[in-house]
Design a binder for this molecule. Structure first.
Ligand code: SF4
Ligand code: SF4
Ligand code: SF4
Ligand code: FES
Length: 317
């Protein structure tokens, strides 16, 4: 791949010509704020937070969807860029609940991070807030539409697995929201609780319910492990606090990894000190279940028990 030379914030770099400006900036350790971009997902250029100024161009360009070109002189924090970027973040804050104190996402939320970086606050205003539509129907996922910033990452990642495609955008303008199937709750929908959507959501609109109240993002330690349930080896983070493993969190499904509930529950059983009861969805309803049923290993256990019984009866002879 041929290279091109560009200048970003005064630093010259030679990069492959198929890179986006955002990717090229990353090579210089310049992090351009981005809410809808994810290296594993189709680029949609929806949030416009990643805008940059390019010398000679009147229009600001979204750096996630604009490729580098020979000789480009790019400014990621020019006065114009910062003014418009701050406006975008402020608009998001203005339609967002002021809930960072108790939000499980605090500390890892990108809206919170950028508001801090650009010194912006929740403020009193007369415009409408997003309605609080909280879906608590799933024991695995909490979906809070009032915190959704409509980046669409959940929709794109869910659709990457062909038999899922549960999520989509519904309605228009201010009423736009993310729905499951034809606007069902998570329990009634075809969601398989894989938590792909949770792993990519940049804010607290999709939360791993089994992590809630166990620890804040900055507490304790975390260890990345690979799932042992199948050849994909999806990645999970084991969260520990006070020398106890308290939660398992699905990591972003990179490298074509599917993520699934069985893999996540197996990882919980293997690593978490006091794993919570598992649930299975039966006829559109979540029901508490045993670990053997949840992991679908009843046959295997039966066989092992039979082999053990056979062995001990041979020993008796
Ligand atoms: S989603 Fe982010 S900005 Fe919103 S309440 Fe939670 S931590 Fe705060
Ligand atoms: S948990 Fe998985 S199947 Fe359910 S909505 Fe999220 S990505 Fe789709
Ligand atoms: S739920 Fe999260 S990932 Fe999905 S559109 Fe809203 S903010 Fe983005
Ligand atoms: S990150 Fe580029 S438009 Fe959202």
């Amino acid at each position: 791949m041929a290279n091109v030379t560009v200048t970003i914030d005064g630093q010259k770099i030679s990069v492959p010509k198929d890179l986006s400006i955002l990717e090229a900036a990353k090579l210089l350790d310049i992090e351009i704020p981005a809410l809808c971009y994810d290296p594993n997902l189709e680029v949609v250029g929806a949030c416009r937070l990643c805008i940059v100024e390019i010398e000679g161009s009147k229009k600001l360009e979204t750096s996630c969807s604009t490729k580098v070109k020979e000789g480009m002189n790019i400014f990621t924090e020019s006065e114009k860029v910062v003014r418009i970027r701050k406006g975008i973040i402020q608009l998001l804050l203005d339609s967002h609940p002021n809930d960072c104190l108790t939000c499980q996402k605090a500390g890892e939320c990108y809206l919170q991070k950028y508001a801090y970086e650009y010194n912006l606050n929740f403020r009193k205003h007369n415009s409408a807030m997003r309605p609080q539509l909280i879906d608590t129907s799933s024991p695995y996922i909490l979906k809070d539409d009032s915190k959704c910033i409509l980046c669409g990452k959940c929709v794109r990642t869910c659709a990457q697995v062909s038999d899922r495609k549960v999520l989509s955008f519904s309605d228009r303008g201010y009423d736009t929201k993310i729905i499951c199937d034809e606007d069902k709750n998570l329990e009634e929908s075809s969601c398989v609780s894989c938590n792909r959507c949770v792993s990519v959501c940049p804010v607290g609109a999709l939360i791993d319910k089994r992590q809630i109240n166990k620890l804040r993002s900055w507490e304790g330690n975390s260890l990345t492990v690979n799932c042992k349930s199948c050849q994909y080896g999806c990645e999970f983070e084991i969260k520990s606090k006070n020398n106890k493993n308290v939660a398992v969190v699905a990591k972003s499904p990179s490298n074509g990894r599917p993520l699934c509930l069985k893999g996540r529950l197996t990882t919980e059983l293997l690593y978490v000190d006091n794993p919570e009861t598992p649930y299975s969805k039966i006829d559109g309803k979540f029901v508490e279940t045993s670990w053997t049923e949840a992991l679908n290993i009843e046959d295997v256990l039966e066989k092992i028990n039979k082999l053990n019984a056979d062995k001990s009866s041979l020993g008796d002879d």
